[in-house]
Each structure stands twice: as C-alpha cells, then as structure tokens.
Design a protein around this ligand. Structure first.
Ligand SMILES: [Zn+2]
Ligand SMILES: [Zn+2]
Length: 155
C-alpha cells in the first residue's frame, strides 16, 4: 500500500486509519446508496472492524431503512454527520468504509461494480472491472486471502 490509508469526516472530529488494505472494494449503484449519498453510487471498502483504528472521535450508528429490509446502520460523525462507514446486517466485526472519506480516495479503486441495473445512464464503467446487474458470488470473485479473512470474522 503506497499511501497511508487515513481518512475522516468533513469537520475533522472523526479521524481513522485502516491498518491494512480492505478485503474487497464495492462500487454500489443501488437506489439505497444513491439516496443515502445523494449521488450516483457509493464506494465501500470491506474491512474487519478491528483493522480500523480510531484516531479521533467516535462515529455514531444511525439506522436507515433499506429496500431489502436488512438492517443497515450508517456510522456518522456526531458533529458534522458525515458518514464514514456502515454496518450491513448487524455484523459487528465487518465494516463498509466509505472510500470518499479517505484522504486519498484514489488509493482504493473498486474491485467490482454492483447493482448496475440502477446505474445512472451517464456513468460509464471502466473496462476490465467486473460489473453485475445485482449482487455477485463472493466465492467466485474474491481472492483466496480475502475469502479467508472474511471467514475469520463472519460466523
Ligand atoms: Zn465531523
Ligand atoms: Zn448500494
């Protein structure tokens, strides 16, 4: 990893560091992500919660409704409300870190584009990165080392 994977919220009250690279990076074009970000997609780095070191602040979980009905807590800075990561499905050992909050978001490009059935028509996807109408098979796409890490944190 060339750069230090540090990031934070808009006001600076929350600062964090990822102590390793993520298992995988999703670019999600689903309607939930579009609504919650007010944008075309979200970029999520999937990483073990214990590989996130809080340097400052304490993000607070805010539950949001989802199309699927599965629980989704968005962790936000208590001061400026910037969303820094998510817990999908109440899995405390796994976090989805919002790559746009990294000091250098270019450090973690997407490994996969998902839910492109609701991708905005003017977003052009890069050649060579897998893209799926909806979700995909983790087992088929993830590197073995990442699958191993995932098995270690998900019962
Ligand atoms: Zn803040
Ligand atoms: Zn999504």
């Amino acid at each position: 990893m060339a750069s230090t994977l540090e990031g934070g919220c808009a006001c600076g009250a929350v600062r964090y560091r990822l102590t390793s690279g993520p298992m995988f990076v999703h670019c999600c074009h689903c309607r939930d992500c579009q609504r919650q970000t007010g944008s075309a997609f979200v970029i999520n780095a999937l990483i073990e919660t214990d590989r996130i070191t809080l340097l400052a602040g304490e993000p607070r979980p805010v539950p949001v409704p989802t199309d699927s009905g599965r629980p989704h807590d968005v962790y936000r800075c208590a001061v400026c409300q910037t969303a820094v990561w998510s817990d999908y499905g109440r899995r405390p050992a796994l976090r989805f870190v919002r790559v746009g909050t990294l000091d250098d978001p270019s450090a973690l490009p997407p490994d996969v584009h998902i839910y492109i059935r609701s991708k905005l028509p003017w977003v052009a996807l890069p050649a060579g990165v897998p893209a799926f109408e909806a979700y995909y098979s983790t087992r088929e796409l993830w590197p073995a080392a990442s699958l191993e890490r995932r098995r270690a944190v998900l019962p």
